[in-house]
Design a protein around this ligand. Structure first.
Ligand code: 9YW
Length: 435
């Protein structure tokens, strides 16, 4: 049975791999290379086709800008099945953007560092992989240097994101209060996502107005980081984004250690690391909620909602053991009833929870994968195993969907996953979870 499922996962991944050396997240819906998808996909490939895993990361890093920035989407090919495409984003406005690859002018969670470490863990031929890492690691380091130079205006060790798409959790209720502070124009555009996926499972048109308006503001200032920090109505410190950076810092420290002769970079990484871990623990942990929360830097207030991102610091070993136990208690109390699969993307006890709508409730396999390893970090083996089993069961029963209803009984006889089908990271991370 496991062989069968793994085989099907490989078919999904192989089917989505493109001749240009990258993998689309899902046919039709997402026809380009996405930054954090790319990392999760490489982990899946690493288990059976290391050359494709290397190609995935190598291709992404080729699109890096001269200032170290790595964009959230790289438009390798022309394709009009996705909106907003390269013509809307106009990455060439930024003087240091890639001259060769068209992309967006925003980024996504910095997973690439820990992905290299995972590939090394999985590799049979460690020497070969270390050579690959040696060739690419400085680009990842430069990406981290970009963050610490341009995304932390108050020197707190906490990077800001200026767009909800940078978080990876696009339409989370976490952003709702920010949308209320804005009044963007109505964009008369043709969305493509709702031609692939039922409109009830996607963000609303009004939400898209906000998303597009934020990009237009950034474009007006040629994607200049300092201007964005000064003017963007959306400026948030996200626990997930920062946990990914911290996890990747740690990975770079380990990998540079294996390579040798990189004392100065290791020293710098340790300094960043210390500051970021402190920033996360001191600013983003909400004692009353027992969870890490987002901070709205523009309006200077914490965003007090519990999401699956609230638990992601476990993956990067940010909390101490006592605080980790508090997080687990919060997770079990709010997200962990017997009638539910772990782990909803948004607090099931909150009135904004919607089990079918994208990042407003459904289970996402990439989050489950991180939380599984995060729980194991602290010895919460029973709940870690439940996280793993739930992920496998959802995919086995429903297929390789983009996201899943967390309710065991949702009143629908033909229950299924939602969003895109044959979704690459669901397949890739399942392969890892089945090992
Ligand atoms: C979009 C590709 C991306 C993911 C994001 C997810 C979704 C794309 O798909 O965003 O157009 O809204 O939210 O995390 O990287 O899989």
């Amino acid at each position: 049975m496991i062989e069968n499922l793994t085989q099907r996962a490989k078919e999904v991944l192989n089917g989505n791999f493109q001749a240009e050396g990258f993998t689309i997240p899902s046919k039709g819906l997402y026809p380009f290379q996405w930054k954090w998808d790319s990392g999760f996909i490489a982990i899946g490939f690493a288990h059976y086709d290391m050359e494709k895993a290397k190609a995935e990361i190598g291709t992404l890093l080729k699109a890096q800008w001269d200032n170290g920035f790595i964009p959230h989407i790289v438009f390798h090919t022309e394709n009009d099945s996705y909106f907003p495409g390269a013509d809307f984003h106009q990455s060439n406005l930024h003087p240091q953007s890639s001259k060769k690859y068209r992309s967006t002018g925003m980024t996504q969670p910095p997973v690439t560092g820990f992905v290299l470490q995972e590939m090394y863990r999985i590799a049979d031929d460690k020497q070969d992989l270390l050579r690959f890492i040696e060739e690419h690691i400085d680009k990842v380091y430069q990406n981290h240097a970009y963050f610490y130079t341009h995304r932390d205006p108050n020197n707190e060790g906490l990077m800001y994101i200026y767009h909800n798409w940078e978080s990876g959790t696009d339409n989370s209720p976490v952003w709702d209060a920010i949308w209320e502070t804005m009044n963007p124009p109505h964009y008369d555009v043709k969305r493509k996502d709702t031609t692939h996926v039922d409109v009830s499972q996607r963000p609303s048109n009004r939400e898209y107005d906000h998303y597009l308006y934020l990009i237009d503001i950034a474009k007006e200032h040629r994607y200049d980081d300092a201007k964005i920090a000064e003017l963007s109505p959306f400026l948030v410190q996200d626990p997930l984004f920062n946990a990914m950076l911290i996890k990747s810092n740690e990975a770079l420290i380990e990998l540079y250690g294996l390579i040798g002769n990189n004392t100065e970079k290791i020293r710098q990484l340790k300094q960043w690391q210390e500051k970021s871990i402190r920033g996360c623990n001191e600013k983003l942990f909400d004692e009353a909620l027992g969870a890490y929360v987002h901070y709205d830097l523009r309006n200077d207030r914490p965003i007090r909602h519990v999401t699956s991102s609230s638990f992601s610091p476990l993956f990067a070993k940010i909390p101490d053991q006592d605080r980790a136990a508090i997080l687990v208690k919060t997770m079990l109390e709010r997200f962990g009833g017997d009638d539910k699969y772990l782990c909803a993307s948004f607090d099931p006890t909150d009135e904004r929870f919607d089990p079918r709508k994208y990042w407003r409730g459904p289970v996402w396999i990439n989050m489950n994968w991180m939380l599984y390893y995060g729980l194991k970090n602290y010895g919460f083996l029973k709940i870690a195993e439940r996280m793993r089993k739930d992920s496998i069961e959802l995919i086995e029963r429903d297929g390789f969907y983009e996201y899943f209803d967390c309710r065991k009984d949702n009143g629908e006889p033909n229950r299924r996953g939602y969003g895109g089908s044959n979704f690459s990271w669901s397949a890739a991370l399942l392969i890892d979870l089945l090992k």
